[in-house]
Design a protein around this ligand. Sequence first.
Ligand code: BGC
Length: 876
Amino acid sequence: MDTTASDLRIEHRDGVALGIGEERPRLSWTVAPGTVQAAYEIAWLVTSPDGTVLDQGSVAAEDDARVLVPWPAAPLPARARAEVRVRVRDADGAWGAWSPEAVAERALGAADWRARLVGPATEAEGGDRRPPLLRTDFTVPGTEVRAARLHLTAHGLVRAEVNGRRTTEDTLLPGWTPYQDRLRVHVHDVTALVRPGANAIGLALADGWFRGRFGFEGGTSDIYGTHVGALVQLEVVTDAGTTVVASDGSWRTAPGPLDHASLYDGERYDARREPAGWSEPGFDDASWDAVTVHELDTATLCAPDGPPVRCTEELHPVNVTADGDGWLVDYGQNHAGRPRLTLPALPAGTVVTVRHAEVLQDGTLCTRPLREAPSVDEVVSAGEPLVWEPDFTIHGYRYAHISGIPAAPTPGAVVSRVLHTDMRRIGWFECSDPELNRLHENVRWSLKSNFVDIPTDCPQRDERLGWTGDIQAFAPTAAFLYDVQGMLVDWLRTLTSEQERLGHVPVYVPWIPGGAFWRPWQDIAGWGDAATLVPLALHQASGDAGILARQYSSAKGWVDHVEGLAGEGRVWDEGLQLGDWLDPTAPPENPMEAVTDPHLVATAYFARSAAAVSEMATVLGRAEDAARYAALAAEVRTAFVARYRVDAAGEQDPSADTQTAYALAIAFDLVTDEDARRRIGDRLAQLVRESGYTVATGFAGTPLVTWALSATGHLDEAYGLLQSHEAPSWLSTIDRGATTIWERWDSMLASGDVNPGDMTSFNHYALGSVADWMHRVVGGLAPAEPGYRRLRVAPRPGGTLTRATVRHLTPYGPAKVAWTLDDAALTVAFEVPAGTSADVDIPGAAPAVVGPGRHEVVVDRDDMDRALAATAPLPA
Ligand code: BGC
């Protein structure tokens, strides 16, 4: 028996974690299913950058805890490196081997910064700005570099080089936060790049979110300032001591080889202007200007909670055809990324242009849906062969049009680099229906394309904003498929700070100017509820109560605010609402025009969020609040039913007799009377049948409708919707060629034409939230307790499926449910991680609670069929 602890992790981080903010980071590990952890021992070695031992020790505890275990040693000072290992003792008394070590290094403290924010002089608003380069030379004493760390951030976007080599593959640094509050510092291990003697640092800067044109209707420039600048502190330990190289007024700057670089526009690189060797020592920068020192409050510097954006895979074209003056390249997959071109020696001055689009219309790129985000990259040849990838832009596309090259490109010469926040994958689903598998892949691709530093609505057009409603709908799905904890914790910090600054939870976070329509004081149900429901979804997946503690006042603030708006009547029936945004009846020009009463949707969310705050308060041990918000939720439920009469199941106003109205009422538990609940479940199922199994829900109803059906004994209708090819439906988008989840059910019309609405994206994850139901009900794997200390194994076979497999890397280790069905029997094989138990609820078998290990249950087909009319659990 292997009792070695494995997968030792520090907070929600993978790999070596440099520059962490926590002085007491929590530790998690897993043990093999056969091990019963009776005790653990954690050993630590804490050193300073020069190798001096600051703290060393170990502590053992008779305890089976292994998820987010409190830091056992003294708080980590700035720069400290902690190497941690763990071993566990099995119930039979034998200690296992020590785990491989996990490593983290603490960030600099505010007082440790000697660097200043430096860049070119402040420029005129919106001026003609060529992205600048910055550089300095420095000397390292001694004969051996033992450790070197580059602490880096910027106003704008930054790429760093040391002695001609990039310090990291991470990109779009430092990401997007409200920079006046929080500016993330990234730390790179550059030990291998620095050498004794002469060295140089070079930085390339671009406008990015800081001052680049961003947002609606042509966008706003200079959102956070009119300057760009970088803050760099390189700390090098050698046999001769420690050398600190800090950005200051002595650095030099000059315009670089980029004519422009913009998230929306793309990048233009002129190879003729590349100053050869500019980031190497000895480069002659006499003609460069002195930098300007810009103001920066070091108290705003912070550590990132999530991983950075990186290229995670490369796509090669699946098809290249001649198109007009160039070549049309099909990557076969819609995604977020950017090209890497390998160009032969072209005559100097030749311009190679790459345009991007998600779809084709009439055989060529359809760029209209990009609106004012042209997404064009250009490279000007210097007469030499060249490998080039833009640094400061990202596009959403499946197709590219490439002109300026003499012949059809070979696949390896026009690669697309897929970019997103590099989260670890933790969830898988597969079944006997290839189209459902494709749908699931589409969900995953939309997740990846829109988890780009912040959770965005879309990766292609002139938005790419942190729309709160979209992630509210999708967070449970995302948290099953990837470890999104760190990234969304970071984004929730931004949500809180924007809420504090604006007095409202805005519809997108970070908040930027909203064009003609969007204002920071618009309180929108389903969007603002991200403040309550995203923390809850993260807690469900990880069991991390720290997230609830941190978000508690924000969540409570949102509900208190809505309580004020709804007033004593408890019905939120005034003001602008987006309601069941983009239900399929909404006309192209008005996505708000849904069949369901928008205030019904708002009141339902009010009840759900009040209950959510009560749940959070319970976990946090705030009994008084738990009771107060539970009572509020009950009052809103009563008012909801009294006003909208959803329990009349067909006799009420047509705007409350809708799939979305019933889905909300059932999934949010707004109708507690058993009879009434059965009635409205029946009515929902009837509406689904009458619709010919077409989807009739938008952003509010879609994440819930299959849940509401399966929870009220209408599994057939739920599968009917899921597997329907009749438009609108999930699978009809696949029939129309979707490789990602669309914003609208008919982003591509049946005719093959692109929807004429000016809001038509092919890569929005919200309607992909059905995958959560696929994981938990089709596959049958869910947490029965936050963090999977108890699991639920409750598959509900249905539709045309003959098998399904779902896997999830829980905080306690891998869990899996795999079922197969034939005429005789249902066979369910499942794996329960060590240290957990599973509530087993298999149709036709007696309910059971089982412990860790592999299990198999075989049920007679007839028994299963008889039992399937029983209900499935509601969403968590
Ligand atoms: C975005 C959405 C968002 C919506 C809200 C759209 O433009 O792309 O996904 O939630 O606006 O109005």
